[in-house]
Design a protein. Structure first.
Length: 112
């Protein structure tokens, strides 16, 4: 059991690092782009006109861009670290020493 949790923890940290790298390379730009587009839609539906130079519309767009970046980061890091943790758990399960049940029954006790 200790082997499984040790491998799972190490793999989880590696997965979080990979997720953070992927977020920096891919997710940062996409998150702000999608969040900005959603912000523009919110401003257009809220004011019934295209986004103008008003401060409120710029604040709404900036907040939605920030929300898009945060959600993108959570998704990238969360999914990668969870997948790597599960892989580490499986590797740890496979690396554990196996107990021989047949030898236990033959000797009517633990194998020495």
């Amino acid at each position: 059991m200790k082997t499984r949790s040790l491998y799972a923890k190490k793999f989880g940290f590696v997965g979080a690092g990979v997720g953070l790298t992927l977020f920096a390379l891919v997710g940062l730009l996409q998150g702000s782009l999608i969040g900005g587009a959603i912000g523009l839609d919110i401003v257009n539906s809220l004011f019934s006109e295209p986004a103008g130079p008003s401060l409120l519309s710029r604040v709404i767009i900036a907040a939605s861009m920030l929300a898009g970046v945060i959600v993108s980061g959570i998704v990238f890091v969360g999914v990668c670290s969870t997948a790597a943790w599960m892989l580490g758990y499986v590797v740890g399960w496979m690396a554990e020493p196996k107990s021989d049940g047949a030898a236990y029954e033959e000797n009517k006790g633990p194998v020495r």
